[in-house]
Write a protein that binds this ligand. Structure first.
Ligand code: SF4
Ligand code: FES
Length: 252
């Protein structure tokens, strides 16, 4: 395949960015999208040019690093996959492919296609955990009975990989799908109940403080999530938040 790559280039967080066109030829349809980016970078390096900076790690759809906007969609034209699982057969010969970083104020561009998603870490640090006493004899986690439906829902929520596509897809840059998945995976299980009320208040407060927008029910997040996290998690988070506000008026 012969293609034109229209790529956002930005030298640093405070630099002005612009699109640059790169022709690339002889790309196999069986090539992965990131392999195609590797080929481009090898060619740029051979010519003495600056390679395109992009995030990646596992290349197996599990780490959430490969955040890219491809032809106007987070993670590209396929559904329920990450950029690293996208293959060039999804494009046509002579296509122009537009590649951009996530566009959201709480995800500032570091360089080219790499954005700073440490705001997600801050939200998790605010309450996305359980406190466990490790002294003495602890009951085996598997010994605690959990209704099958709750276990399934918690596992579904836990499949969120923190990629940020939901934020990038949302016109409000809302992080509610991500935050609600992280709240749900704990709120649905007995181990997460003890701190549930404080957790939801702290995580929502941190999300607001970091500048993420509100949900206005466009469902763009659910449509673009590579792990098919459902907006029903947002409804659960809102219920948890309401109960927490009524029962625990003040955060510690
Ligand atoms: S909810 Fe989906 S889109 Fe959002 S961070 Fe998690 S996996 Fe990515
Ligand atoms: S590189 Fe890990 S999910 Fe894509």
């Amino acid at each position: 395949m012969n293609l034109t790559l229209k790529i956002w280039r930005q030298a640093g967080p405070d630099e002005k960015g612009k699109f640059v066109n790169y022709p690339i030829s002889d790309i196999s349809p069986d090539c992965s999208f990131l392999e195609m980016m590797d080929i481009l970078n090898e060619q740029l390096i051979a010519k003495g040019e600056e390679p395109v900076a992009f995030d990646h790690d596992c290349r197996e759809g599990i780490c959430g690093m490969c955040s890219m906007y491809i032809n106007g969609r987070p993670h590209g034209p396929d559904s329920a996959i990450t950029t690293c699982q996208l293959h060039m057969r999804k494009f046509k010969d002579r296509d122009t492919i537009t590649i951009e970083p996530w566009r959201a104020k709480p995800f500032p561009v570091i360089k080219d296609l790499i954005v700073d998603r440490s705001s997600f870490d801050e939200i998790i640090q605010a309450g996305g955990f359980i406190s466990v006493n490790t002294l003495g004899t602890l009951p085996d986690a598997n010994a605690i009975p959990i209704p099958k439906q709750n276990a399934d829902l918690a596992m579904d929520a836990a499949s969120c990989i923190g990629c940020g596509a939901c934020v990038a897809a949302c016109k409000n840059a809302s992080a509610m799908l991500f935050v609600s998945a992280k709240i749900s995976q704990l709120a649905l299980l007995p181990q997460g109940k003890a701190e549930a009320k404080k957790r939801v208040q702290k995580m929502v407060a941190k999300m607001d403080e970091l500048g993420f927008g509100n949900c206005t029910n466009t469902y763009a997040c659910e449509a673009e999530c590579p792990k098919e996290i459902k907006v029903t998690n947002i409804a659960r988070m809102n219920r948890e938040f309401f109960v927490a506000k009524v029962c625990v008026p003040k955060m510690e």
